[in-house]
Design a protein around this ligand. Sequence first.
Ligand code: AHG
Ligand code: MN
Ligand code: MN
Length: 318
Amino acid sequence: MKEPISSKDLATLIQAISEPAISLSLDIRRAGLLEHVLGQQGNLNVQGEAQQKLDVLADEAFIRAFQSCGIVCAIASEENDDYLAFPSDAGLNGEYVVLFDPLDGSSNIDVNVSIGTIFSVYRRISPKGTMPDLNDMLQPGTEQVFAGYVLYGSSTMLVYTTGNGVDGYTLDPVKEQFMLSHETMRMPENGRIYSMNEGNIQECEQGLVRYIQYCQSRENQTGMPYSGRYIGSLVADFHRNLIKGGIYIYPEVPASPQGRLRLLYECNPLAWIAEQAGGLATTGRKRILEISPTSLHQRAPYYVGSKWMVEKAMAFLA
Ligand code: AHG
Ligand code: MN
Ligand code: MN
């Protein structure tokens, strides 16, 4: 049984996340007016994706915050090929590693649509006093001690779990503080929203094609076609489904044979939140949190959302 994170360390990490998140949120609100927010950076990241200016800005801001908080020994993020062990004291003595997607939904930055930050925190495995190593970063999702996201949506929210349910905080932009607004969030066990990039449907396995036909038919439990909703920012699609009930699917497709989403800093943190809110997260066949990762930017097919909907989709795949 893993030991929950102490409230002191939790407060330190929430502070480390809130500062850059609030400052990013303020920048995002004025995006069209600020030279440094919109547009491409001009580089590709390790996954061959064009980095947006905000991807890089967010990455640097969170790295600085984690490094200076004193209890994080290493980080890994979507925007860095390798993990980064912090030099000197923090690297040697910090107890935690953080894996994060600094800016989720990059393609939505320039078009004023919701985007987010996703994070996942583990205790290091390597002994304190030594430098952290790759094994500290490659732990199964069941070992997370703190995970969550910031959604820069119509309001900015911080949603997280430490293994004792899920709470949501809304940013008061006047006070520049996150205030508890959504206590003990529960994901409805059933829903009538499905979210996937249906442009890919002809490339998907037959079981999934049939499940989507079931969603669109009157044969499902509601007797009416479900609503299709796809924002294209995982964190925003997930948040809506967390509140309203629904399923989000990013399957294996020929262009992304392992799925598109990254296990360590997209799938795992949201999987834990889903489970803590009463939902499920699987690859369509097995529980996401039990996958033993083998590389930092590893991908996984992803079926996450309301319990009964994920179970139904899995029955179609079986
Ligand atoms: P990121 O912007 O961090 O690279 O993540 C994008 C992810 C996810 O947010 C989104 O749901 C999905 O990619 C969209 O992919 P498609 O454009 O293939 O639908
Ligand atoms: Mn992402
Ligand atoms: Mn990203």
